[in-house]
Design a binder for this molecule. Structure first.
Ligand SMILES: Cc1cc2nc3c(=O)[nH]c(=O)nc-3n(C[C@H](O)[C@H](O)[C@H](O)COP(=O)(O)OP(=O)(O)OC[C@H]3O[C@@H](n4cnc5c(N)ncnc54)[C@H](O)[C@@H]3O)c2cc1C
Length: 570
């Protein structure tokens, strides 16, 4: 019998990958279920589980996908004037039906409000963030938080927005929210919640210090015709930003002219006042990263299940399997850190006084506050960064299709997830800014001692000796880095070599600073016993040579106002 003639592929026939459809984002997420079993009382978990399951089914439904695609395809825009050239009473922010429906869907499922629902008990934050994780939608903001200006987001002391006390004559006050006692003027360079109703704003008072204010975006006035109408509360949308991701989220530059606002907290204590909000937004950020990363992993796994290569199923090919397992390990680590931080948040927010049944949780009061403050910054920095790398790996795990960016097909679009989650390492504090914030916090008063007390107690709870000993050794090594070190210059380099190349080799090979060991060969690419780890002055000198090809100038930067001396000013 002669062999059947070859069948060349056509546009419609031949091999076409059929990925396994995504499944319920709650019932298939064993690491979330584990975290919830740990931190939610059994009765609470039983009562919220049907909701989680329902949300998990809706998150992958055709309806939610349609809204997402619509929001991505039709991006927001601003209309400030009507066709006759007349300025509207307030700038019209035009968003799509999909974006609005996603917001309503989130509200229906209490993705934000669950955190404030006392019926959910002390663990309401854990429920809220589980809902956020399961929903896997892009950011929806309910209140603006306007801090960043052109002169800097990390350093808000450069603010050029000013508040003056100018109360309205009381009898004329009609709109209690819109008739704040302060007038705010300035320019905010990033505002993500341009479609929110209210915003928390940082501005300087005449003392030159920062205060926090609350202002509605619109006010109600009664016109000369006796009819009340909404007008802008002194907010002009200068323009919307063009961004790498979060394209459906309207991020704007705003000019504030006589915006009426209320003082929140003590005058000139703006940073202290806004700090609790930062804790919330930072947690929101890392939950978003974990959620995007989980979705990217589900997509990559669904693809691996469907794909064959060299005649074998991709999901079983050892190298690919190692990659997926590695990502699961990293994601699980992030989940544990994240939900632990949320559990500590519950102790702090609810001013709990009784120790938790979970003995690894910090003791209520001071210890919980210190651990919470330390871990919020740490978890936001570490998880956001790990998620970007992890999602990029998922993208690569899909081959060329992973790089596609089809707005109409959000179901398998990893590029979109990567674009959207990339911002998480920047907003609410970049990685370096959070790292230095954490170190400064721990070195203040006896915070380090308090943290060490909790950490030592927790390490002692670990029953497996090998894990306990390994973690204890790492913890000791980390603590040693926190103490001020003397300059231990160890001549390492032969004179004839290019010194910068040799320093790069030393860092990469002996000190594992190149990062290659992060993804493969953890046991091989590691800090060598004979590595001279230089964290101080010497390392800094070499940083300057490597990054700028020059010696470190004598007039130094320190990275924080509290560490500057008059002579160090550049
Ligand atoms: C899409 C998007 C939406 C945003 N939405 C909002 C919003 O709604 N509200 C809001 O207030 N802001 C918002 N931001 C702004 C965001 O919070 C800031 O961009 C961020 O805090 C960094 O500030 P910056 O852009 O001024 O950068 P800079 O502060 O100039 O930082 C630039 C670099 O310098 C480094 N650096 C800065 N200070 C130090 C230091 N002391 N030590 C070491 N390194 C340092 C940083 O790590 C960074 O790498 C948004 C940003 C984006 C991209």
């Amino acid at each position: 019998m002669s062999p059947s003639p070859p069948q060349p592929a056509t546009a419609e026939s031949g091999y076409i990958t059929q990925p396994v459809p995504l499944e319920n984002t709650y019932t298939t997420d064993t690491s979330l279920q584990r975290a919830l079993k740990w931190y939610l009382p059994e009765a609470t978990l039983r009562s919220v589980e049907p909701h989680f399951t329902q949300l998990g089914a809706e998150a992958i439904s055709e309806r939610v996908r349609r809204w997402s695609a619509d929001a991505e395809r039709n991006q927001p825009y601003v209309k400030s004037h009507n066709v006759w050239g007349q300025r509207y009473d307030y700038d019209r922010l035009v968003t799509t039906e999909g974006w609005e429906q996603l917001g309503k869907w989130g509200a229906r499922h209490k993705i934000v409000s669950a955190g404030y629902d006392s019926a959910l008990g002390l663990e309401r934050r854990t429920v809220q963030y589980a809902l956020g994780l399961i929903s896997e939608t892009d950011d929806h903001w309910t209140s603006g938080q306007w801090m960043t200006e052109r002169a800097g987001g990390s350093d808000v002391h450069n603010t050029e927005t000013w508040a003056t006390y100018s109360p309205l004559p009381k009898p004329s006050a009609s709109d209690s929210l819109g008739d704040g006692d302060y007038l705010i003027n300035g320019f905010k360079f990033f505002s993500s919640a341009t479609d929110a109703n209210v915003a928390l704003v940082l501005a300087k008072t005449p003392s030159g210090k920062l205060s926090t204010f609350l202002a509605p975006l619109r006010r109600t006035i009664v016109g000369s015709d006796g009819v009340s109408r909404e007008i802008s509360n002194g907010v002009r949308i200068h323009r919307l930003k063009n961004k790498l991701g979060t394209k459906e989220l309207p991020t704007a530059e705003l000019e504030l002219k006589d915006m009426r606002a209320h003082l929140v907290g003590e005058v000139d204590q703006g940073v202290v006042t806004i700090a609790p909000l930062l804790n919330v937004t930072r947690i929101h950020t890392f939950i978003g990263s974990l959620s995007g990363w989980r979705r990217a992993l589900s997509i990559a796994k669904s693809f691996a299940k469907a794909r064959t290569t060299v005649g074998e199923p991709l999901w079983l090919i050892p190298m690919h399997l190692r990659l997926l397992a590695d990502l699961e390990v990293k994601h699980r680590g992030g989940m544990n850190l994240g939900f632990f931080t949320v559990a500590v948040m519950s102790l702090v927010e609810n001013r709990v006084t009784q120790p938790s049944v979970h003995t690894h949780l910090p003791r209520p009061g001071r210890e919980a506050n210190v651990v919470f403050r330390t871990l919020t910054a740490t978890a936001k920095a570490v998880i956001s960064k790990m998620a970007i790398l992890g999602i990029q790996e998922c993208q690569e795990a899909m081959g060329g299709v992973g790089y596609m960016d089809e707005a109409d097909e959000p179901e398998f679009n990893i590029s979109r997830i990567l674009r959207n989650t990339s911002v998480n390492s920047i907003w609410e504090g970049t990685t370096n800014v959070l790292a230095s914030e954490m170190v400064r916090f721990l070195l203040k008063a006896d915070n380090m001692q308090v943290f060490v007390g909790w950490m030592n107690r927790t390490l002692a709870l670990i029953r497996t000796a090998t894990l306990r000993n390994a973690l204890s050794a790492m913890w000791s090594a980390l603590r040693a880095r926190f103490s001020p070190r003397t300059n231990r210059l160890q001549p390492f380099l032969p004179m004839h070599a290019d010194p910068v190349s040799m320093e790069i080799a030393r860092r990469w090979i002996l000190s594992a600073e190149g990062g290659v060991g992060d993804m493969v060969f953890h046991d091989i690419v590691t800090v060598q016993k004979n590595a001279s780890h230089e964290d101080g002055e010497n390392h800094l000198q070499w940083d300057c040579r490597i990054a700028w090809g020059m010696e470190l100038p004598t007039n130094r930067a320190s990275g924080h106002r509290s560490m500057q001396s008059a002579s160090s000013k550049l």
